[in-house]
Design a binder for this molecule. Structure first.
Ligand code: SF4
Length: 264
């Protein structure tokens, strides 16, 4: 791993509270766009704006850090109407009724759960890409999502095998890293429908010992969790390249342009 974080880690929970004030109002959420995507079986994807983390490999655009400048508020009701229209206009069959929340982090406050619950009431299955930080820290929120049953499928993006690596990659302090692991442990204990991904095949992000630490941590929860883990390489999205160069993690060398589907 080359390059490194120099700034003091920030508090991801405080950042989430600030973010929620920017991207949520009662019954509304800032949304960048709605469209089809190849991920999750060509799911209709709602790209949300804003995240409480600052991952150096993040593919989201400038709206991640300044959602108030780039994304408009959309009411939950309007969002549901847009999804129904999208499905109708594109003549999607019932078998293609997949939805996906991506872009920024979908779970930034308790109110985020309302949107997920409303979307999960639509026909089909809802895939939620999350960093797992707030879900791990708020068991009651996790319980609400678990109550949605298999209509909601969580895709948890693991950022690091060690706390130091997490700070270096996301800029956030280790309490967020520990919370993300609690999220994984609770999902496993509940027998929930979920999977995991990590950019653990990207040498610019994961040193061998950090990948080993991530796998060991999974094994400590349950060896069966490895079956849920999708290890990924890094895709050279424009925003990814820019951020990694700025962080000194990409010294002139092109990022491997091999398939990847980074989550939240
Ligand atoms: S990669 Fe995901 S968790 Fe990291 S900053 Fe981007 S949206 Fe947030």
């Amino acid at each position: 791993m080359s390059g490194g974080r120099i700034a003091r880690p920030f508090d991801a929970f405080r950042a989430a509270a600030e973010l929620a004030r920017k991207v949520e109002r009662p019954g509304q959420r800032r949304v960048l766009r709605v469209g089809a995507a190849g991920a999750c079986g060509n799911a209709v994807t709602i790209y949300l704006s804003g995240c409480m983390l600052r991952c150096i490999h993040c593919w989201a655009g400038a709206d991640r850090d300044a959602p108030e400048r780039f994304a408009a508020f959309c009411s939950h009701r309007e969002l549901l109407d847009r999804i129904r229209l999208f499905r109708r206009e594109n003549r999607l069959s019932a078998a293609e009724h997949r939805l996906r929340l991506s872009g920024g982090e979908p779970i930034v406050s308790r109110q985020s759960l309302q949107l997920i619950e409303r979307l999960s009431a639509l026909p089909g299955r809802l895939f939620v890409e999350t960093n797992g930080v707030l879900l791990g820290a708020r068991p009651g929120w996790m319980d609400r999502l678990l109550a949605c049953g298999e209509r909601v499928f969580l895709k948890v993006s693991l950022k690091a095998g060690t706390a130091e690596q997490f700070e270096r990659i996301t800029g956030a302090g280790r309490s967020a890293w520990e919370a993300a692991w609690r999220c994984v442990a609770r999902l496993h204990a509940a027998g929930a429908a979920f999977d995991l991904n990590a950019l653990s095949l990207a040498p610019a992000l994961f040193a061998p010992r950090e990948r080993r630490a991530l796998l060991d941590r999974l094994d400590a929860i349950s060896p069966r969790l490895r079956e849920r883990l999708q290890e990924e390489r890094l895709t050279g999205y424009p925003a990814t390249r820019l951020r990694m160069r700025a962080a000194g993690a990409l010294p002139g060398k092109p990022v491997e342009s091999i398939k990847s589907g980074p989550g939240a």
